[in-house]
Design a protein around this ligand. Structure first.
Ligand code: ZN
Length: 230
C-alpha cells in the first residue's frame, strides 16, 4: 500500500500533463509580449499613415488654391508665372508624398497582418491551454481517487499489526527511502535483493512465527512467505 501511495505521490508531482501545461503557459506569456509589441508597432505606423495623409492633403489644398487663382487670371503675368511654377513643384511634391504614403501603408498592412497572425495564435493557444488544464485536473483526480482507494484499508492493517511494529516499520521506511518491509523470496531480501547466507537462513528457519526478522544487510523487516526458500 505504502509503495503504491509513494508511487502515486511521485506520479502526481511529475505529471506529464503538468509539464505540458507549464510549456503552454510559458508560450502564452511570450505571445502576450509579442502581441503588445506588434500592436504598439501597428499603432505607431497608423499614426505615420495619418501624418502622411495630412501631408498629402495640405499639398493638394495648396495646389487647388493656386489653380483657382490661376483660373481666375487675376494678378500680373509675373505673379501668374510664379503661381504656375509653384503649382509644378507642388505636383512633384505631392507625387513624392504619395509614394511615401504608399510605402507607409504597405508597412501598416504588414504590421496589421502580424497582429492578426498573433491574435489567431493566441486564440488557438487559449483553447490548448484550457484542454491542458482539463487534462491535468483529470489526471490529478484519477490519482487522488486511486490514492484514496489504496489508503482506505491501511488503518485496519495498521491496527492489526500493532503500535510497536508499526513504529519500527515507519522508522525503517524513513531511513530506507520508502520501503520498510520486504518479502523474503528464494532466499533473497526483496528490499536490497541480496541473498541470505546459510547461517541467516537457518536462524530464520528456527525463529518463532511471530518474531520480527530483519535483513542483516539493509535492516528492513523481512516477511516470510511460501516462496522464501525456508
Ligand atoms: Zn535487505
Amino acid at each position: 500500500m505504502d509503495t503504491r501511495l509513494d508511487q502515486i505521490a511521485h506520479a502526481t508531482r511529475n505529471l506529464p500533463q503538468r509539464t505540458r501545461l507549464a510549456e503552454l503557459e510559458q508560450r502564452a506569456a511570450a505571445l502576450d509580449s509579442e502581441l503588445v509589441r506588434a500592436r504598439t508597432a501597428l499603432g505607431d505606423i497608423e499614426r505615420e499613415v495619418s501624418k502622411a495623409e495630412s501631408d498629402v492633403q495640405l499639398v493638394r489644398e495648396r495646389a487647388a488654391r493656386n489653380r483657382s487663382r490661376l483660373d481666375a487670371g487675376t494678378g500680373s503675368a509675373k505673379d501668374l508665372q510664379a503661381l504656375q511654377h509653384e503649382l509644378d513643384s507642388l505636383g512633384r511634391r505631392q507625387a513624392e508624398l504619395e509614394d511615401v504614403e504608399i510605402e507607409i501603408m504597405e508597412r501598416a498592412e504588414a504590421a496589421g497582418a502580424e497582429v492578426a497572425r498573433l491574435e489567431a495564435e493566441h486564440a488557438t493557444l487559449a483553447t490548448d491551454l484550457e484542454a491542458a488544464r482539463v487534462a491535468q485536473d483529470d489526471a490529478l483526480r484519477e490519482y487522488e481517487a486511486e490514492a484514496a482507494k489504496v489508503a482506505a484499508p491501511r488503518a485496519d492493517t495498521v491496527a492489526g499489526v500493532g503500535d510497536d511494529l508499526v513504529a519500527l516499520y515507519e522508522k525503517i521506511r524513513t531511513q530506507a527511502g520508502g520501503l520498510g518491509a520486504a518479502a523474503l523470496r528464494q532466499r533473497r531480501c526483496g528490499g536490497c535483493q541480496l541473498e541470505l547466507n546459510n547461517v541467516e537462513m537457518n536462524r530464520i528457519k528456527a525463529a518463532a512465527e511471530d518474531e520480527v526478522l530483519r535483513c542483516e544487510e539493509c535492516r528492513r523487516i523481512l516477511v516470510r512467505t511460501a516462496e522464501s526458500g525456508l
